[in-house]
Design a protein around this ligand. Sequence first.
Ligand code: WTA
Length: 649
Amino acid sequence: MTTHPSDHIDAMLHESRVIPASNAFTAQARVNREAYDAMYRQSIDDPDTFWAGVAGDLEWMAPWTQVLDWQEPHAKWFVGAQTNIAYNALDRNVARGLGNKRAIVWEGEDGEVRTYTYSQLLTEVKKAANALLGLGVQAGDRVTLYLPMIPEAAISMLACARIGAAHSVVFGGFSVSALSDRINDAQSRVLITADGGLRRGNLVPLKANADAAAQNAPGLEHIVVVNRGSSNPPMQEGRDVWWHDVVGAAEGEHDALPVDSEHPLFILYTSGSTGKPKGVLHTTGGYMVGTYLTTRTVFDLRDDDLYWCTADVGWVTGHSYIVYGPLLNGATVLMYEGAPNQPDWGRFWDIVQKHGVTILYTAPTAIRAIMRQGDEYPNRYDLSSLRLLGSVGEPINPEAWMWYYRVIGGERCPVVDTWWQTETGSIMLTTLPGAYPSKPGSAGLPMFGVDAAIMTREGEELGPDDGGLLVIKKPWPSMLRTVYGDDARYQKAYWGEIRGVYFAGDGARRDPDGYYTVMGRVDDVLNVSGHRLGTMEIESALVAHPSVSEAAVVGKPDDVKGECVVAFVTPQGGQTIDPKALRAHVSKEIGALARPDAIIIADALPKTRSGKIMRRFLRQIAAGREIEGDTSTLEDPSVLERLAAAEAL
Ligand code: WTA
């Protein structure tokens, strides 16, 4: 296992700017320095009192007898308590007078706008809950969602939670086989999809993909179809039902089911360094408390904010910071269906101006893509409603941070760089701007209850400025509970790498002020445009193609995507490899997001005498760097020269 620094990382290591929030922001901040210091201290020294205090803001149908039961590596939070997260997000907010407040403001890519107040959203969720019950979904079941960014995605998630069924959302960009694998792994009997979703003016054929996936998902009994695109897909009698029929006809009354605090809330599949994607399992109580607190404090959320997170609900950011965290806080959430460059690169700023967005949470890849188009797009719009900006998903290079701060935030809005993972459930590292100044390129300080450290592989804790592995030393409420159906993998991948601590899989360093700079994955996981991809998954897809004998996939630093996919492939005896066909094949196997940016065809791969592919050298070749390191362990070192000379296709 090696760290692979990129130019971005070098730039970060030399970054020394310190940018405090404005006096105006600091003066009214929800969490100022004193509060942060006191809260952080208590969250570490006396976590039970701290978390019980936060949980007390929410409603529980039965109290806990113990805040935390930790039998490493298994945690139970709010032991014995009963609650329902959909109840807390909706009924509770309606009961405290927010019924007429807007919960979701949705804008379609085609410009259509739909708004749901908290009361309206509650009614829709109750109807959807009744519709799911009508299809035979029971508490404890899993329901797979394969939806575009439409309000029905949030409604479906909340409806599942309301009846105690776990949702498994599959990103709409995933392929047919990725979808059927996930349906089968979760043993879902019901799939909720749409005829399609609008992306760059086209309708992504979700229902057609769902039909094809159903061919390989024998346990699937029903497909519920939202009519988004009026495209009239074929409906299979007895299996397929329209959302507007079943939800439309359902009763508008439903009492949320009280579930145990540790009742499964959702599964979300994510890539690891080995094998097939892991079904990260989150449960109810701790996740609810973690997303509630972080949304409130990190985004300094107020009653009159219009909060916009540009993620897709298919990723964890969409789960925690479009749906659960903001709605638990009674916020008004903006949801946008389409691409950032539709009809042009001004779309985000048009939305900010039109709706008066006050908080914007987006990814470095989007910032860099927009930055490339020049300042004229943002400069055409009035962005003065914005008061806080956030970044998530990958390291943000200081240049992009500064552009975001200056051009989008007008040097008025603090920028929160938030580090976390599908597994952590909620934000783990970020600098609360009312408390401490930001350092561009560094996520910064730990959130409440996060006992982070930098360690060596052997578990030795490192001091300031030493680069090493990012670990978390204590359990936290929103942590994953297991890998669905594979607890051994959970134990090994997260708590077995370094004894007694949670291993994040990221390389990082901490400066003398305690700020963490996360440098990127130290395993074979790529981060392409903020999307996690396992090199193994792409390699298996490549070798499944008849023309390919062997494949090795590595990441290469990319100015916009952060990292891009480079595939080294050797042909199957006598075959020619057609790069176009191979890319199409990977799209079909995994999804367009995994398509290699460059394909290098080789007669052999650099292997040790024992047959292990040395990806370290491939990374150097992909990046066009000189070969560094000991090549003497290679079976045939001359392979490297031939690869370096080969043309990328
Ligand atoms: C990376 C997304 C640096 C990291 C919420 C992590 C980041 C992986 C940051 C998780 C950040 C996320 N700075 N790196 N602010 N945020 N990452 O599961 O490598 O899709 O391990 O969760 O993204 O990706 P995931």
